[in-house]
Ligand binder design. Structure first.
Ligand SMILES: NC(=O)c1ccc[n+]([C@@H]2O[C@H](COP(=O)([O-])OP(=O)(O)OC[C@H]3O[C@@H](n4cnc5c(N)ncnc54)[C@H](OP(=O)(O)O)[C@@H]3O)[C@@H](O)[C@H]2O)c1
Length: 348
């Protein structure tokens, strides 16, 4: 290799916010830039990212009005996209971390990041490949675990319904419910995803969200009603599901995928009456949750996932996109041509 072709190890790559997305996300909302590998201050470490995550929720964090209002400041243009990543520490001036440690954190869409350790978790080898630290053993898997915990666990005789079931969170919910002996019904778009849910994840029944007889399919799949609706998408589907809730059921708001690109999605019909009738008539509760403040659940989560992986009871599906420069397209694809399982981008 000629000298000018040699890899310049003093330079790093990052993906920054170039413009605030309006409506549907475009790859031109991002820019790929080079920058010098940062120096490590005392009390910090330098991580070289191996895999970086694309996540639907990043869409709201890069909006000019995050969470649909001006209450939260918008991310300044030119800032690195604050995605989750996993990688190896290559230099450390932090008392608790050493070079060679494999860690996961909000290291951002970049090849190298300096961190003081806040929000960082060590990745146990029992989770398998590093990419699993962004899927079943990371944010999506932990979301599934926390949500089921908030719902009071998996109970015999109950039906848990999951929207966005073929995605990273939904497939983790299905795998956990089945591993714990529960009954789980998924909602997904299209035959391929429905087959994946039945044959690979082990869902008991699957409903096509685009089917004209969606309500009939739901009634057949949950004859005694839905005890927990693990909702990953929000939007107008909640009003379609609400009438099928069991008495005393729980609508668990995990995410609002259908509303991230368009906060008023489905507003041409008012979905609230159907939801309120279920709340009043069936004693249904609606509850949201997030990862914040849930660190105490982390050890139990890692243990359960590690055991299920070792037993082969969970077979995580991860799609690896090659090249950090492909992060913007991979993020756009989450909304436009989503696949099954978890999508990560390999840095180098
Ligand atoms: N609460 C928390 O702490 C937390 C943490 C992480 C993620 N989340 C949330 O969990 C949700 C799922 O995340 P993920 O990582 O699993 O995403 P993902 O892998 O991209 O999967 C999302 C799924 O949603 C479905 N979907 C997309 N648009 C939809 C629409 N308009 N209506 C109905 N379904 C739609 C897609 O499947 P089909 O198109 O085939 O139906 C896709 O499989 C997101 O809302 C995310 O923000 C919450």
């Amino acid at each position: 290799m000629g000298k000018d072709m040699a890899l310049d190890t003093s330079m790093a790559t990052k993906v920054v916010l170039q413009s605030y997305p309006e409506g549907n996300l475009r790859t031109s909302d991002f820019a790929v830039e080079q920058f010098p590998v940062p120096k490590v201050p005392d009390g910090s470490f330098l991580v070289r990212n191996t895999f970086v995550s694309v996540d639907p929720m990043l869409r709201i964090f890069i909006d000019k009005k995050p969470l649909g209002s001006s209450a939260m400041p918008s991310l300044p243009l030119g800032t690195v996209i604050p995605g989750a990543a996993v990688g190896e520490i290559i230099e450390s001036k932090h008392p608790d971390y050493k070079a060679g440690d494999i860690v996961e954190g909000r290291f951002g869409w970049q090849s190298h990041a300096v961190s003081a350790g806040q929000g960082v978790v060590r990745v146990p080898q029992s989770l398998g490949g590093q990419e699993n630290a962004l899927g079943i053993g990371g944010l999506p898997g932990f979301t599934a675990y926390i949500g089921l915990n908030v719902a009071g666990g998996v109970k015999p005789g109950q039906t848990i319904l999951v929207s966005g079931a073929a995605g990273a969170v939904g497939s983790a919910v299905g795998a956990l419910v089945k591993a714990r002996g529960g009954r789980v019904v998924g909602i997904a778009g299209g035959a391929e995803k429905m087959r994946y849910l039945r044959e690979t994840v082990g869902y008991d029944a699957v409903i096509d969200r685009n089917a004209p007889d969606f309500a009939g399919q739901l009634a057949a799949a949950a004859p005694e009603g839905v005890h927990v609706y693990f909702d990953n998408v929000g939007g107008p589907m909640m009003a379609q599901v609400a009438p099928f809730m069991a008495y005393g059921g729980l609508i668990l708001i995990s995410g609002l995928m259908a509303q991230y690109q368009d906060a008023s999605a489905g507003s041409q019909t008012d979905s609230l009456p159907a939801v309120l009738f279920a709340v009043m008539g069936k004693g249904v509760r609606i509850q949201g949750f997030s990862q914040y403040g849930q660190d105490a659940l982390r050890p139990g989560f890692e243990q359960e996932i590690s055991e299920l992986l070792a037993l082969g009871a969970i077979k995580p599906e991860v799609h690896i996109v090659e090249g950090i420069e492909n992060l913007p397209q991979a993020q756009v694809n989450l909304f436009e041509k989503s696949t099954t399982g978890k999508v990560v981008v390999k840095v180098a």
